[in-house]
Design a protein around this ligand. Structure first.
Ligand code: GLU
Length: 367
């Protein structure tokens, strides 16, 4: 049955430049045509566009290096040009665009996250195509998402998207690096992301962009946990954006997982970085994974890092595998004191009671 969808299209620098050192406007207009075709079909389109640094480099008369500050300067020069090009190309189809420049800090803070979500929703409700990039000029390493692959996954969560298309210079994820191994085979579908696959995805692919297959895999993992289907495909492929909507996908498709319905839990997947780690025993791991349980003191083995009540921490099992992430109700010193205790004993150990759960189920998302 036909259903209008929200589609996030992520375009890497390698797609926008075709591997050259200049933006390939002829190809950009072709991508715009396909996005506008999707809109005509009733879908909503969000674009996450790299290319500011490349556009800046194109305009700079005196060449500069590749340091962080050089790139920030280039992004400041190029972002205006980039959005101007998108604006004029979408205008050919009578479609307006709106620019949003985000950093991780905007997504970590719940209020700013909600503001960004409201703006994005308002743009979509008004038939505008939001065009999103990292706010490179102001972002230091701590507040940077760092690459537009991960940014696009966070945007997909913000936009409550159905699909995320990660368009790149390769056809998808291969069984080994197709640039060095001619027997490499395209992986059509992925239902489970494990360490073997992460190893396969390896390091960065292109000189101009930031991401590679490794960051695409991270992005796919984040997005699919939030109920978003992800496709990695070759951005120069014919009708690639339109074909991603069909069953005959041109690249690697990642099946979506069942997403939390609660908006706050979705924010936990998209937003804050964790401030520490709690190692939990096998009983707690099973109870959290399969019985919808909260984390109780009894299941805690050790609390690592200095975190306060109300902060986000990772829960890892005895093999250091990430199990869940959630907001703690005790700080790390308190948890060290009550670990292994029965919930009833907490009050006598600490002298106060914050409820029996270290992390309540409502404040927890599974990995
Ligand atoms: N924000 C960067 C740019 O616009 C790109 C980062 C990335 O491609 O991951 O050039």
């Amino acid at each position: 049955m036909y259903r209008a969808q929200v589609i996030v299209v992520k375009l890497g620098t390698s797609v926008l430049t075709g591997g050259t050192d200049k933006l390939d406007k002829a190809h950009m207009v072709e991508l715009v045509r396909q996005c506008c075709e999707l809109k005509k079909q009733g879908h909503r389109v969000v674009m996450v566009s790299s290319g500011a640094v490349a556009a800046g480099r194109e305009q700079l008369i005196k060449p500069c290096g590749r340091s962080v500050i050089d790139k920030q300067m280039l992004a400041a020069i190029g972002q205006g040009q980039l959005i101007h090009i998108w604006q004029s190309l979408f205008a050919l189809y009578g479609v307006s665009v709106g620019q949003m420049l985000l950093t991780r800090a905007d997504l970590e803070d719940r209020d700013r996250y909600l503001n960004a979500r409201d703006t994005l929703t308002a743009l979509l409700n008004h038939d505008v195509v939001p065009i999103i990039n990292e706010n490179d000029a102001v972002a230091t390493s701590e507040i940077k998402v760092g690459d537009n692959d991960n940014l696009s996954a966070l945007v997909a969560i913000l936009a409550n998207a159905d699909k995320l298309l990660l368009l790149t210079d390769q056809e998808g994820l291969f069984t080994s690096d197709p640039r060095s191994n001619e027997n490499a085979q395209l992986i059509d579908e992925v239902s489970h992301i494990d360490d073997e696959l992460r190893l396969l995805a390896g390091g960065s692919g292109t000189n101009l962009g930031t991401g590679g297959m490794a960051t695409k895999l991270q992005a796919a993992d984040i997005a699919r946990r939030s109920g978003v289907e992800v496709v990695i495909a070759k951005g120069s492929g014919q009708n690639v954006i339109l074909s991603c909507m069909t069953e005959q996908l041109p690249g690697t498709r990642f099946f979506k997982l069942t997403a939390p319905k609660d908006g706050r839990k979705k924010w936990l997947l998209a937003g804050p970085k964790s401030s520490g780690q709690i190692v939990i025993d096998n009983g707690a791991t099973l109870a959290i994974q399969h019985q919808g349980a909260s984390l109780l003191a009894k299941g805690v083995r050790v609390a690592k890092g200095a975190f306060n009540r109300g902060e986000l921490v990772d829960l890892v099992d005895l093999n250091s595998q990430l199990v869940a992430r959630g907001i703690v109700r005790f700080n790390h010193q308190e948890i060290e004191q009550i670990k292994g205790c029965h919930s009833k004993e907490i009050i006598s150990v600490l002298g106060f009671d914050c409820g029996s759960a270290i992390i309540h189920r409502d404040d927890l998302v599974l990995f």
